[in-house]
Design a protein. Structure first.
Length: 322
């Protein structure tokens, strides 16, 4: 098994970007340790605060955000960061080349039940001559990402990463702290019989999504003429990881539950990096009828619809909207 650095160098990854990725992963290793300690580390439970999203913060949310924030800004490789847990972007080294967006602990509602959580990150180049304190430097489409990935804290700690070529999977060898390549090139099957969606929101979905899911549930007696299994982990990292490993469709569609927030997932921290991973593994990632990676952001905390996964199944889902 090969270590991460030589694999990335073979892909043509610039050494400065490689150093930034390794810095990001250093923080993730520390988060992995804290998650693995569970109640022993004293970081379970909620704080008394809410984040910019209006969500109650878990103690581990705050700790994970601070770890990533401190390590990235102290590294000197980052011009600015944008985090799901921060109200605003945070300036770093004004002469640095890269900007980083991240969800420090995706699926944090799973923390207290010892279920899957993870860190999602996206790396772009800062516009030339830009101000590190200017949040508009993050207003770039996902096509501008130079690296995207997530670290999944499960029975093993795994990294999914792409720097523009193949999507690869690595596993953390905790005996010496290195991520080792365990999947050379992820290929998402074009067809699937698995879907992942939060069924509790069914009443709030628009008609096309309701009709699509109803046809899946009808199984081999319905218009799809085959049985589907539903899986739902309630952490995007876990549900997307399953899609990368064995195919499937994952969706968090637009709904009417809260007219002020018709969409759930954040573009910069969740949708863009996952879309890059999925596309580079042969899948599709769509929001409101267009590729997620083509969306031009208008705010750092912008939310979007997400439909991603096996190519043929995503296209079938989209056909219900026509």
């Amino acid at each position: 098994m090969r270590r991460l650095p030589p694999v990335l160098l073979e892909d043509g990854c610039p050494r400065e970007l490689l150093s930034l990725i390794r810095t990001t992963l250093a923080a993730c290793k520390e988060i992995s340790f804290r998650v693995g300690q569970g109640a022993l580390s004293g970081v379970l439970g909620s704080t008394l605060d809410e984040n910019i999203q209006g969500e109650t913060q878990k103690k581990l949310d705050v700790l994970s955000n601070q770890l990533l924030k401190d390590i990235l800004l102290e590294s000197g490789y980052v011009k600015a960061i944008a985090s799901e847990e921060e109200d605003y972007t945070v300036a770093g080294n004004p002469n640095a080349k890269y900007i980083v967006s991240f969800d420090p602990l995706d699926g944090s509602s799973n923390i207290d039940i010892n279920s899957l959580v993870g860190t999602i990150f996206s790396i772009m180049e800062a516009p030339e001559g830009s101000d590190a304190a200017d949040p508009t430097i993050f207003m770039q489409s996902g096509r501008k990402q130079v690296a995207a990935g997530y670290v999944l804290y499960g029975p093993s700690t795994m990294l999914a990463l792409t720097t523009g070529k193949a999507t690869r999977l690595y596993t953390l060898d905790k005996t010496h702290g290195s991520f080792l390549l365990t999947e050379e090139s992820v290929k998402i099957p074009a067809d699937t019989q698995e879907f992942a969606i939060n069924m509790s929101n069914q009443i709030h979905w628009h008609a096309p999504m309701q009709n699509y899911i109803n046809d899946l549930l009808a199984g081999d007696t319905g218009p799809r003429a085959k049985n589907f299994n539903m899986r739902w982990i309630a952490a995007m990292v876990g549900d997307v990881h399953r899609v990368l490993c064995r195919g499937g469709i994952f969706t968090y569609p637009t709904d009417t539950k809260d007219p002020k927030k018709p969409n759930k997932l954040r573009l910069l921290y969740e949708a863009n990096p996952m879309a890059m991973l999925v596309e580079n593994a042969g899948g599709l990632a769509i929001a409101n009828g267009q590729p997620i990676l083509d969306i031009q952001p208008d705010a750092i905390h912008q939310r979007v619809e997400v439909i991603l996964g096996s190519k043929n199944e995503v296209e079938k889902c989209l056909s219900y909207y026509k």
